[in-house]
Design a protein around this ligand. Structure first.
Ligand SMILES: Nc1ncnc2c1ncn2[C@@H]1O[C@H](COP(=O)(O)OP(=O)(O)OP(=O)(O)O)[C@@H](O)[C@H]1O
Ligand SMILES: [Mg+2]
Length: 261
């Protein structure tokens, strides 16, 4: 079966700083993977590359078999539309209600104009789906609240509902619980993994908590110094191996080769 996400010898640099130094990985469809690694090791850079927000110096990214770097225009939009993002900072539009933010998840499907027209131009089917998405994350009673009137955990639930509305095949979640307290974080993580499993999606999710990675993931991939240092089914990893991802210096300093010639 074609992997959901595949990268081959992916290299990304910022000026002289070589952040990803040949990342090769493959995530099968319907697998939930936690991406681990110390601060600054390149996790977010990898995730942005998967959404074509970062342009790799070399290497290949394939999403469900389609090569990202050679896709453009409509094709690229199609690929990106099939990918749902969940961010640490929720990325909700402050002026819009929870309901309208969720409707935004359908925007890629037909190009809507002004955000203000969103509720008016959305079809009855889309509005019903948006309410259903809010229902799935337990936020129906807050549908008309703006993000500022919601707790962090509630905002992340709305962001997950927006992601559901988009109907992606692949989810990329970059530290989805880093802004939440432990209780809200766990609730959001439960919810996120539940919808991923229920929808049969594939997910790459960064976390900083090894215990949570163990609890939720099918598999872990660990980055260190811009390369894959661990790639194993969750049952095949040991604490020592995972702790080693965080040992030594961080921020790419542990290899002189980090500074490109
Ligand atoms: N736009 C940018 N311009 C220059 N350097 C950048 C840029 N984005 C990231 N970097 C650098 O690239 C390296 C990797 O950053 P990245 O955000 O991918 O790390 P990370 O693994 O997500 O870290 P964290 O766990 O703190 O989120 C860091 O040294 C960072 O300073
Ligand atoms: Mg990051």
């Amino acid at each position: 079966m074609t992997p959901a996400i595949e990268t081959e010898d992916l290299r990304v640099s910022y000026g002289k700083l070589e952040v990803l130094r040949g990342v090769t990985l493959g995530i099968p469809a319907q697998q939930g993977v936690v991406l681990l690694g110390a601060n600054g090791c390149g996790k977010s850079t990898l995730m942005r590359s998967l959404n074509a927000l970062e342009k790799p110096q070399s290497g290949t990214i394939r999403i469900h078999g389609e090569t990202l770097s050679t896709a453009s225009g409509t094709r690229l939009r199609e690929i990106r539309r099939g990918m749902g993002y969940v961010f640490q900072q929720f990325n909700l539009v402050p002026q819009l209600s929870a309901f309208q933010n969720v409707l935004l998840g359908a925007m890629g499907r037909h190009r809507l104009g002004l955000l203000g027209c969103l509720s008016l131009t959305a079809s009855a089917e889309e509005r019903a789906r948006a309410m259903h998405s809010l229902e799935r994350v337990g936020m129906v009673d807050r549908a008309l609240h703006r993000p500022a009137e919601l707790s962090g955990g509630q905002q992340q639930r709305v962001a997950i509902a927006r992601m559901l509305m988009q109907a992606p095949r692949v989810v990329v979640a970059d530290e989805p619980i880093a802004s939440l307290d432990p209780k809200a974080g766990r609730e959001v993580l439960d919810l996120l993994w539940r919808v991923v499993r229920e929808e049969g999606l594939s997910m790459l999710c960064t976390l900083h908590q090894l215990d949570l990675a163990r609890e939720y993931a099918d598999r872990v991939i660990g980055l260190k110094a811009g390369r894959v240092a661990v790639d194993a089914a969750i049952g095949d990893t040991d604490t020592e191996q995972l702790n080693a991802l965080y040992s030594g210096m961080t921020d790419q300093d542990d290899e002189p080769a980090g500074v490109a010639a």
